[in-house]
Design a protein around this ligand. Structure first.
Ligand code: 13P
Ligand code: SF4
Length: 302
């Protein structure tokens, strides 16, 4: 029996569900029960009837699944799969910075630890950051940790004062306007679809800016036949699989090493041992749940 077959067998035996992010390696996406963006994964985690969630993604995603399901076992198959952007904001520092802005609402991009979320008013993902900020009565917003996403949101809310944390995603932030110009020269008819974790000058070159699921939806509904995909390179796997009549070009340098730490063998081991489990203190979970639930309640924008 190969690893993929063993996974199917163990999943049934243990009543487990496998949730995977769109940037996961193709072989992981192929064994998952659900593949999606951070928003979709949070929704799936909040409504699953399985006893065990095997989370194929990174630390903050598995933590959110645990916060939304404190009674369930949540396993992250590789304990070292820590998102570097999430690690750029810690709860003690945020606590201190908040004191400087007593009037501000604190908005946490979901790419944050549960301890950071516990310090905030509401979470958002790239699928609803603009909508979440628009739903807040506060004029001043402290937005953590992604400065690129925070600045993108500011474009839609010129009346608000958005203070951005100096964090960023190394994978998206390293994509340059030159790389997009080169891809456009090679594929002049292609539409440019960009994730909002990219730098402002890259966002300016987009035909569409959206979350990973928003990019999938746009490509599916568009009449165009070719697309330059300006986000993590694995995105073209699902795009090509679901749209065999269209062509997708990735940015080859845009690889997230953390997302590639999950392998089929590690998923097998996690299902066998139910380790490494996500463990969080009840107080942190209680405080982090409210902003996450508020985010889900506000819903998607793209
Ligand atoms: P979305 O899939 O929510 O757009 O997020 C991208 C991301 O960076 C996840 O780590
Ligand atoms: Fe973190 Fe960026 Fe990797 Fe997403 S793509 S997990 S934000 S480093």
């Amino acid at each position: 029996m190969d690893a993929a077959e063993r996974i199917q067998q163990l999943k049934k035996e243990k009543n487990a569900v496998i949730l995977a992010h769109n940037y996961q390696p193709a072989e992981i996406q192929n064994v998952a029960d659900y593949v999606g963006d951070s928003f979709g994964l949070s929704v799936q985690a909040s409504k699953t009837e399985a006893d065990i969630i095997i989370f194929c993604g990174v630390d903050f995603m598995a933590e959110s699944a645990k916060v939304l399901n404190p009674g369930k076992t949540v396993v992250l198959p590789e304990v070292e799969a820590r998102c570097p952007m999430s690690a750029m904001c810690d709860s003690e520092m945020l606590h201190l910075v908040k004191e400087k802005y007593p009037e501000a609402a604190v908005v946490a991009y979901v790419n944050t630890s549960a301890a950071v979320k516990a310090e905030t008013d509401v979470c958002c993902t790239s699928s609803n950051a603009v909508k979440v900020v628009g739903a807040l009565p506060n004029q001043q917003i402290l937005f953590v940790p992604d400065c690129n996403l925070g600045r993108y949101v500011q474009r839609f809310h010129p009346d608000k004062d958005i203070i951005v944390w100096p964090g960023y995603c190394p994978t998206h932030d390293s994509i340059t306007a030159d790389e997009i110009n080169q891809a456009k020269a090679e594929h002049p008819k292609a539409k440019v679809l960009v994730h909002p974790e990219c730098r402002p000058e890259v966002i300016d070159m987009a035909d569409k800016v959206a979350s990973t699921e928003g990019i999938l939806r746009f490509a599916h509904e568009s009449d165009a036949k070719e697309f330059i995909i300006v986000t993590e390179a694995e995105m073209v796997y699902r795009l090509s699989k679901e749209n065999p009549d269209k062509r997708f070009y990735s940015i080859a340098t845009a690889v997230c090493p953390t997302m590639k730490m999950i392998s089929l063998d590690k998923v097998v081991r996690s299902l066998e041992t139910l380790e490494p489990k996500v463990e969080l203190s009840p107080e942190i979970m209680e405080k982090a749940r409210k902003p996450l639930e508020r985010m889900i309640e506000i819903g998607r924008d793209n």
